[in-house]
Design a protein around this ligand. Sequence first.
Ligand SMILES: [Fe+2]
Length: 433
Amino acid sequence: MKKSLVVIVVAWAFATNTSFVHAIEFTRQPFIQNSTSQSVDIRFVTDTQEDLVIKYGETINYGNLTYSTNYPGTGGNNNHFLISSLKPGKTYYYQITTSGGTPLTPQKDRSYFFKTAPNENSPFSWAAWGDSGEYGKVNIEALKSAKPDLVLISGDVGYNYTTDFANNNYQLFDVYKDISRHTPFYPTCGNHEESCETLLVDHTLPGGGTMGGQLSTYSWDYGNVHFTALNSNDKFTYLPENLAASDPQMIWAHNDIKTSKATWKVVYWHHSGWSGGSHTTDETIVNNMLRMASDAGANIVIWGHSHTYERWNKKQGFFPNVQVFTVGTGGKTGLTNCTKVSPGPGCAAKITTNKAGFLLATVEGENMTLRFINEDSQVVDTVTLSSDKNGDYKDNEAKVESLISYERLLMLSTTIAILASSALIVIFAKRKR
Ligand SMILES: [Fe+2]
């Protein structure tokens, strides 16, 4: 009796084509890639193969429509929307549906948007961190408040980033899905990228991410900033007296940075050169990658690997001729024993609390303000840099707004301890009487 009832229900469901129709689902949520002044790429993965529809426009009434197409990637059904003929520096809202009109993202939801790159000299902001992995979720609320227009990840994107699709969702895509649905990420490989190849296939990066003849080497312009991502895992010998005999990514990067006409040149990779954090100084990084960036005329170098935040100011006429940051605080955390005199030329600033965080840069023409924002959205360090058109700094030393150091904290703690001890001695002395 029961069996015949089940058969009837199943037959009815198929006949009416309602109950047993599979609803397509994202197995990797939509994420923005490769924003230019005229185009954007929206990647996603679904559980079954179906061309989807995106509605987009400058208001939540949308007004434009295009279809997805297949894209090579991991995890099965990789599709993307390649949207072109856009206006520079604009915000566009979007909604994704099935070809039949079933919503897959909410309608008129302002958190589903993308921005095109601005024209040269228009203000924008970018964020950077390394060493996030699954731990990156501690920074999500602070990132939502900071609203960067693009994100650089200087390696150790995952612990570990492998060939396993579900693992990589857990390590990266699920962690940042509320951010990456509107903000493009530009990762480079660290020592915890077990499969750098998979990281590159999973993203749409300028030049396929291999512009320097090695994996995870690429560059692009956004507004008046030229960004260059390098790979510190492999082959980075730099010979200043014989550039042609250097490793391919160093030859490429030197040319790439030197020939760029952008106002600002930002270079990032994973391994730390100087650091007093979870990793100490690596002279091979300093003498090859940092020297190359300095010689080629980079303004800013960012590295991770050491789970802390440190800043070295540029000093005119000294090596390196570039501002350097350690930002290995994307989720992993730790302090540093960097002082004003070492390692290297000594830190201008560092963190004093064991909290995660990221660097947030606000670009306004020839001025750039870089702030270290911790996981509680507190501004821990600020420096404002100026650059003229040929990329040389004016002296930025006078513009350092804050310098938080262990030395100050130590001095404060010692003073409090002395005062407390003195008070106790007075109290005991009075009781004895
Ligand atoms: Fe690392």
